[in-house]
Design a protein around this ligand. Structure first.
Ligand code: FES
Length: 235
């Protein structure tokens, strides 16, 4: 299966965003772009990126296999990621993962036979203040217990898209991959939804209640001109 003319055109648009001679900087969005079409980064996708950016397939492959957001096997319409890192593990993340594993009958990096749901246990999802968390296509479901998590997945299995706790509404893995490539969510409601929640500002609220204030931040550093005759320090 060759990549579509639309992907070729989108790749050209993405590369044009970068200064001349620095097209290799477009590699990360391009990998998301090919993933949007093929639901993973295939060998063909790697070769496509290499060709577009004047890199070797080995260089592209090294990047694609380093970051866990680039998948080497096809992902279902929904990628369910359960954080089992420290904060979430302490608050029941492993129980959440085990429940979904049992409910779906699949393990880490596996996809249900109908191709709908891929399950993975994930490293810290940068939402420790809401632990334990899971994400579906990188949208957050905060402070979940096993029953909450199963309800989210049952909703997906029933053809629904349960509303995430924060941010915009759920999209498919292909839609989200395209956004990660740099294209805006075309849905007007895509940037709606609750933003920061109380756990994120808990420390601020405590400080305000106690009347604590911080010292004024120092002025930002500016690079000083090197002493005359000292060229080793640069500017
Ligand atoms: S440890 Fe789970 S979000 Fe950080």
């Amino acid at each position: 299966m060759s990549l579509s003319p639309q992907t070729h055109a989108a790749a050209a648009e993405i590369i044009a965003r970068y200064p001349a001679g620095r097209s290799r900087s477009a590699l990360l969005p391009l990998l998301h772009l090919v993933q949007a079409e093929q639901n993973c980064v295939t060998t063909e996708g790697i070769e496509f990126c290499a060709e577009q950016l004047g890199l070797t397939a080995a260089e592209v492959g090294a990047v694609a296999t380093f970051y866990t957001m680039y998948k080497r096997h096809p992902v279902g319409e929904y990628l369910v990621s359960v954080c089992t890192n420290l904060s979430c593990a302490l608050l029941g993340g492993d129980d959440v993962y085990d429940r979904l594993k049992k409910h779906l009958g699949i393990g880490h990096n596996e996809t249900t036979p109908d191709g709908q749901i891929t399950l993975e246990h994930a490293e810290c999802l940068a939402a420790c203040d809401y632990a334990p968390v899971l994400t579906v296509n990188y949208e957050f479901y905060d402070q979940v217990d096993p029953d909450d998590a199963q309800a989210v997945v049952e909703g997906l299995q029933a053809g629904q898209r349960p509303a995430p706790t924060r941010g915009g509404p759920l999209g498919s893995f292909a839609e989200v991959s395209r956004q990660l490539a740099g294209y805006a969510d075309p849905r007007p409601e895509g940037v709606a939804g609750p933003g920061v929640g109380e756990p994120s500002v808990a420390g601020l609220l405590v400080a305000e209640a106690a009347g604590w204030t911080a010292e004024q931040a120092p002025a930002p550093l500016v690079s000083a001109a090197p002493p005359a005759g000292d060229e080793s320090k640069g500017s």
